[in-house]
Write a protein that binds this ligand. Structure first.
Ligand code: ADP
Ligand code: C5P
Ligand code: MG
Length: 220
């Protein structure tokens, strides 16, 4: 009896998790990808200042969830982040979905999203498709491309003040491996669909942003 009740309850929770309710416009999404430290967050901040986009960083949402007092996933997220592994998508997609819904419920004109650091592997992509297919349009992928060395240098520099548990050499090696093995194939997949806009991210913030502008001005 108790078991049946719990099953029914988890069935309801599962349905609720899968129900996506956007109030008006269909969300228009730009995925923002690139290696660790490529400058995704920095460029997203510049975009938000200049265009009507809302920035949602999957990593930031996971870190927030990790520090939420009653979180059931906090410990798991903590371990995955230190290990540079990708958190199971059930967790991430719910955080993203909720952030998108909350944004559009507060202001229905805010239907343009930069989704930063997602999808990072096949599991992420499958979770997105399962929950969001038909409910949000993925316009294109902004790909900030730079060498591993630039990624390492920038993350170690950021690590001097970020307080992040993964901005150290050991975690970085793992994050780069994950990026090369799991994320690059996703970028290639979108590339085959003509959806990737690649930017040389190894230059200065202003130079990189000039290219971002050209792309966004053209794509609308
Ligand atoms: P990501 O979100 O891709 O991990 P961030 O935007 O947080 O990257 O940038 C990583 C670090 O590199 C930060 O300390 C940031 O100030 C710095 N940074 C970002 N873009 C550049 C750039 N074009 N040139 C030099 N440093 C940069
Ligand atoms: O994008 P960011 O560098 O903030 O991501 C930090 C970490 O968060 C990743 O290395 C990974 O452990 C986790 N993450 C994840 N799934 C995502 C994005 C981030 O598991 N889609
Ligand atoms: Mg970031």
């Amino acid at each position: 009896m108790v078991a049946g009740f719990l099953r029914a309850l988890s069935g309801t929770a599962a349905r609720r998790a899968n129900r996506v309710s956007f109030v008006s416009m269909k969300p228009q999404v730009v995925f923002v990808l690139g290696g660790p430290g490529a400058g995704k967050g920095t460029q997203c901040a510049r975009i938000v200042e200049n265009y009507s986009y809302t920035h949602l960083s999957a990593g930031d949402l996971l870190r927030q969830e990790r520090s939420r007092k009653d979180s059931e996933s906090g410990q798991l997220i903590d371990t995955y982040i230190k290990e540079g592994k990708i958190v199971p998508v059930e967790i991430t997609i719910n955080l993203l979905r909720k952030a998108m819904e909350d944004t559009m419920q507060k202001d229905e004109d805010k239907f343009r999203f930069l989704i930063d650091g997602f999808p990072r592997n096949q599991d992420n992509l499958q979770g997105w498709t399962a929950v969001m297919e038909g409910k949000a349009d993925v316009r294109f992928v902004l790909f900030f491309d730079c060498s591993n060395q630039v990624c390492i240098d920038r993350c170690l520099e950021r690590g001097k003040s970020s307080g992040r548990s993964d901005d150290n050499r050991e975690s970085l090696e793992k994050r780069l491996r994950t990026y090369l093995q799991s994320t690059r194939p996703i970028i290639e997949l979108y590339g085959e669909q003509g959806k990737v806009r690649t930017i040389d991210a190894s230059r200065t913030v202003d130079e990189v942003f000039a290219d971002v502008r050209t792309i966004l001005d053209k794509e609308g």
